[in-house]
Every structure is written in structure tokens, then in C-alpha cells.
Design a protein around this ligand. Sequence first.
Ligand code: GAR
Length: 199
Amino acid sequence: MARLRLGVLVSGNGTNLQAILDAARAGRIDADVGVVISNQPGAYALSRAESAGVKAVSLPHKGFASREAFDVALADELRRERVEWVVLAGFMRLLTPGFLAAFPQRVINIHPSLLPAFPGTHAIRDALAYGVRVTGCTVHLVDEGVDTGPILDQRAVRVEDGDSEQTLAERMHRAEHELYVDVLARLAQGRLRLPAAQG
Ligand code: GAR
């Protein structure tokens, strides 16, 4: 089976990207990361891509007149690199319907909560504030809503007494890295059950 070609979108530190790069290099995912694109020019994730010998592209959204225009440039860059699946790894921007139509049912995201609980940008903080004793992470297909797409897999993370946002985030990250690599490994081998395409 041919190796899957991934494009990874990032905005920040990129620990999930690192887990994916490491797993691909070690042969634990039958996939190659063709390009890493960040909408934040200073994102450390770009350095991680460069260190791994992967093309790193800084595409600051601030340089575009509209969300649509940014997403057209984003899709063009991914197509140029012959990307088959778009993997969001801490990419903190909503994608437009136009972008999703360019990669139908082929955009995947990781979110630090057990969706549908705690969607949005502060999922770990929100889970702590609510007082849940178990939270976790979710890998899902991206649709036009905020963290609403079909769920592919989840992993639970216990909230410990005295957890701060930072200590919980550290355990969350470890769970995310395992979950994302596992889902991508199954995806690349055609072992992941995908929801039927809509429409
Ligand atoms: C991860 O925890 C990811 O789940 C979250 O951003 C973090 C990125 O960390 N994404 C979202 O909250 C998306 N709604 P990383 O840059 O170290 O991979």
C-alpha cells in the first residue's frame, strides 16, 4: 500500500506534530509529512518541521484580506505538495466551507476534551472549571462547526486532585500523542472506520 501523504497545519508549539514526525520516521505510521504550514510565523512547530527535514511554510493569516482568501492560499500550498489528508495539530483557526470542499472528509483534528463536551479554545481550562473527574482527547473529522465533526476515536484522561491547567495539559498531551499516532497509523493502513460521506 502506498504511503499516505499528509499536510500538517499548526499554530504553536507542535508537540503533536513532533509525535507524528517521530512515528512516521520510525515506521509506526505508513505516511509522510509533505509539508507543515503555520498561520503564526514564530511558531516553534516550524522549527520542528525543519529539523525533521520537512518543508515548513509560514503563512500569516494577517496578510490576507479575508478568511476565504487565506484558505485559498492554504489549499493551494497543500495541493502543490500533493497532500491527501490534512492534519490539524494545534491549528487555532476555523476553516471555511471552501477549504473543506477542497479536501472533502479529509481534514482531521485533535481536540483536548471528550467531545461533545468542552468544544472551543480553552477545553482544558473549561473541564477543570466544571469539575469533571475524567476528561480526555478526541480525534475527529472537521466539518463546518466548531469541534463538531464525526468522532474517529477518543482517549480518557483522569483529572487528579490538585491538578492545575498545566499539570492536566501535560498528561493530556501525552494521551494526545498516543491517540493521534494510533489513529493515523490505522488511517494509513485502511483500518480506520470512517463515517459514510454525507450528501
Ligand atoms: C493540543 O492540546 C490540541 O489538542 C489543541 O492545541 C494543543 C496543541 O498542542 N487544539 C485545540 O485546542 C483545537 N481546538 P501542540 O502544539 O503541542 O501540539
